[in-house]
Write a protein of this length. Structure first.
Ligand code: NAG
Ligand code: NAG
Ligand code: NAG
Ligand code: NAG
Ligand code: NAG
Ligand code: NAG
Ligand code: NAG
Ligand code: NAG
Ligand code: NAG
Ligand code: NAG
Length: 424
């Protein structure tokens, strides 16, 4: 009895001190050849060290030829100094990529859990080998939301976590989907989805869905689509000190895609963002009230609102379109007729843009094509100074169904048949 008590105390002590001094570490072996899939070794390391341990990717290339669903992490450090290179077996991915649970989208890698700390030290890279996808999608009549085309990384159910110092290179489709995640900090992430052979399509930098208390700081994105996009039920999001190149700027939406579903985007703060050659600084896109088809490419008829947002200290060079745009006219390509661009029940309200300056190629500072059913209210534009290369100021503020504008006057009416980007 005496002896067993001592043994019990001794065992408890060694376990506790082992846990404190050196958490269990798993260094993932790399096969070194793309003929051997490294995904099983990666999953195995997370199984052994993904709860209260540390998982290390060495500074080498890991070949990822199959899907990974690692959604059960708990209190883990992920040290990523290597390069993860995804295979280009398009038929494999179309058949096997994992459901995301949004818009019928799918993904190559799901990561989730509580208290996860991912650090790429500025060198760790997720390379989607997207050049193959960008060429292939052009051959599929440019159906960029092709069913089964995978999002590079989906953070699903990630809470109280930090993701920093990671590079994403040529994602297969969207780069990071962040869904059902709360209290997560993203810092110093670089996304370069510039295609080497053809332009990339549908390669958003980051997308938030049904997530809250998410911060992005020092995010850099080179792409041709949404630089970052806050979608259905994204609340309490901040984006600071970031740089966006060539893409479409900060997107709110598309939203209102699910018939009769109530969704919001609220309490968004964007500060100190630099844009180079983007189409917009900020743009909103909602589906019309007519439902045609199903996601990913069809939908419509959603309810809700986007509200309580501040965008301040924005600098642009060569903005390509209206700096701030609203289009409530997203609809299924090929829908009967042209659709009705003013019947959405989804409302946009209480939005402020302050201190937006720089150079533009468009006369239009705003293009607000709002719904007649739920007009835009309380939109504010303050300290706006956008100029052409020759120093002339851009001065058009086009509006449709805008009530109580603050800090600006509408100078004309917007055209209604706008595309999802708000341009006619
Ligand atoms: C391995 O890489 C070569 C050269 O890039 C490529 O042709 C081949 O299809 C790849 N194999 C696999 C299994 O990904
Ligand atoms: C999916 O897998 C099945 C069976 O292996 C195959 O016949 C089919 O062509 C694959 N589909 C795609 C889109 O690659
Ligand atoms: C991923 O794994 C989790 C936990 O095992 C499971 O609940 C979920 O359905 C899986 N997701 C997919 C798309 O297979
Ligand atoms: C897809 O788009 C590209 C670039 O705009 C174009 O060159 C190509 O012809 C399109 N492909 C098809 C099949 O329509
Ligand atoms: C911002 O992120 C980049 C990588 O995209 C990194 O090189 C740079 O050091 C970061 N800056 C700060 C201030 O952390
Ligand atoms: C992004 O990728 C393109 C195409 O490979 C390359 O030319 C460019 O230098 C890259 N940009 C950055 C910042 O790494
Ligand atoms: C969005 O959040 C609201 C609560 O604010 C909830 O009622 C609704 O079901 C959510 N919608 C979706 C599609 O998750
Ligand atoms: C996915 O697509 C199918 C068929 O197009 C549709 O029936 C289904 O409602 C869609 N699911 C979601 C979640 O949108
Ligand atoms: C579009 O919908 C609005 C709101 O319901 C309605 O007032 C308008 O007449 C419709 N326009 C067309 C062309 O049907
Ligand atoms: C400056 O450039 C704009 C856009 O090209 C043009 O509309 C405007 O007339 C130019 N102003 C002067 C003074 O040349």
């Amino acid at each position: 009895m005496h002896f067993s008590r001592i043994l019990a105390v001794f065992t408890a002590l060694t376990c506790a001190s082992a846990g404190r001094l050196s958490p269990k570490t798993c260094v993932i072996p790399a096969s070194g050849t793309n003929e051997t899939d490294d995904a099983p070794a990666i999953i195995s390391a997370f199984k052994r060290c993904g709860r209260g341990g540390k998982v290390v990717f060495k500074p080498t290339t890991y070949y990822v030829n199959s899907v990974m669903n690692i959604s059960w992490l708990q209190d883990v450090d992920i040290d990523l100094r290597g390069n993860l290179l995804w295979s280009t077996d398009i038929h494999y991915w179309l058949n096997n990529s994992l459901e995301v649970g949004y818009q019928n989208q799918s993904t190559a890698w799901i990561l989730g859990g509580d208290n996860v700390r991912i650090n790429g030290h500025g060198v760790g890279t997720l390379d989607g080998n997207g050049d193959y996808w960008y060429e292939w999608i052009q051959e599929q009549e440019n159906t960029s939301n092709y069913p089964g085309r995978p999002i590079a990384l989906t953070l699903n159910g990630l809470t109280n976590s930090v993701v920093k110092g990671i590079n994403f290179l040529r994602s297969q489709m969207w780069t990071m989907a962040i869904i059902y995640s709360h209290h997560v900090e993203f810092d110093s992430i670089l996304v370069n989805n510039t295609g080497n052979r053809v332009d990339s399509s549908n390669t958003d930098g980051a997308d938030t869905i049904r997530s809250s208390h998410i911060s992005f700081n020092n995010l850099t994105v080179y792409n041709g689509d949404d630089s970052i996009s806050f979608k259905a039920n994204s609340t309490d999001i901040t984006l600071t000190n970031s740089h966006f190149y060539n893409g479409l700027g900060v997107a709110i939406g598309s939203i209102g895609q699910l018939n009769d579903q109530f969704e919001t985007v609220e309490r968004i703060r964007v500060e100190n963002v630099f844009y180079d050659n983007t189409l917009h600084a900020v743009y909103f896109k909602t589906w019309t009230d007519d439902q045609n088809g199903y996601p990913p490419n069809g939908g419509g008829g959603g309810l809700g609102y986007a509200s309580n947002m501040l965008f301040k200290d924005l600098t642009a060079t060569s903005m390509r379109g209206s700096a701030v745009a609203i289009s409530q006219c997203t609809r299924f390509i090929g829908a009967p007729g042209d659709g009705n661009c003013t019947n959405s029940q989804f409302q946009i309200k209480d939005i402020t843009v302050a201190n937006l300056h720089g150079t533009t190629e468009s006369e239009r500072v705003t293009s607000f094509q709002c719904s007649a059913v739920a007009p835009c209210t309380n939109l504010g534009m303050f300290d706006i100074d956008l100029e052409f290369g020759n120093g002339t100021k851009a001065e058009e503020y086009l509006c449709g169904n805008v009530e109580r504008p603050r800090g600006f006057e509408c100078t004309g009416s917007v055209c209604e048949g706008g595309s999802s980007t708000g341009e006619c």
